[in-house]
Design a protein around this ligand. Sequence first.
Ligand SMILES: Nc1ncnc2c1ncn2[C@@H]1O[C@H](COP(=O)(O)OP(=O)(O)OP(=O)(O)O)[C@@H](O)[C@H]1O
Ligand SMILES: [Mg+2]
Length: 303
Amino acid sequence: VIVTVTPNPAVDLTYQVGRLVRGASHRVTRVLERAGGKGLNVARVLHALGEAATVVAPLGGPAGEWVARALAAEGLVVRPVPVAGETRRTVTVLDGEATVLNEPGPRLPPSDWQALLDAVETSVGGGASALVISGSVPPGAPADLYPRLVEMAGRVGVPAIVDTGGPALLAAAEAGPAVVKPNAEELAAATGEPDLLDGARGLLARGAQRVVVSLGSAGMLAVSAGDAWRVRGVPGVHGNPTGAGDATVAALALAVTEGCRWPEPLLRATALGAAAVLAGAAGEVDLAAYRAFLPALSAEEIR
Ligand SMILES: Nc1ncnc2c1ncn2[C@@H]1O[C@H](COP(=O)(O)OP(=O)(O)OP(=O)(O)O)[C@@H](O)[C@H]1O
Ligand SMILES: [Mg+2]
């Protein structure tokens, strides 16, 4: 079982309108409500691949209950951590373009964060094959939340895969995760290094065992102390890039679990990311496209 942690889940609301006009009232022509969060999307992709995944997330109030029910209805295994604050919402207004409003999420008391750590410890200790830690660390969460999660996995020999940015990425790297997966902007912003390889080596120096950088349509890069690989993106892929990174994380977690030799995990991640762009919503992948893309990709060693 691959365990995914999402410290800041949400109810994602999408409103379709004709044309968004500032200061005006709008008739909403379509409403979509979905459980949102990067770790949830990773679990969705794993589920689509036929792999067992457990979602661990702090969930509070009616919105939190709704998220737990919605995920269960999708067939996902959820370990909800009941918390004092109401689960946040995000609102996307679609009028051809997407205007996004993200609530910050509730400020939770320390006891709630401890409950999350305990739930992850139980899940990871119960025979997990990998721990995926995804998304932003919400305001008020302990600054060392991610390194503590990585260490927790490390103590029981479970590889951790981290997908986040900012100070949380740097802090998580220090705890020695198997893989960190920033995109190019996140890597540059967190490390202050404009050069991708220098940025990746900065995270290796902090303690990450491998740094995988996603480059959108340009593909991916994987760097460890011993090797470095580059895979070019699948050409001619157009669609919805939101959640493509989550699909790559699912592929990396699975490949690490299966003990694949590099660059195979990178090939799988690049193909699955492209397959996610072709699917409608974040957390969905076009499996037929994935199977078609994978054999056409090759990795080039960087020296
Ligand atoms: N337009 C595209 N064409 C082909 N492949 C793509 C395209 N966009 C994304 N991908 C694939 O998906 C991977 C992840 O995309 P990206 O780098 O945009 O992730 P991200 O910024 O972390 O996204 P998110 O956090 O929204 O999930 C890329 O490395 C690539 O393999
Ligand atoms: Mg991302």
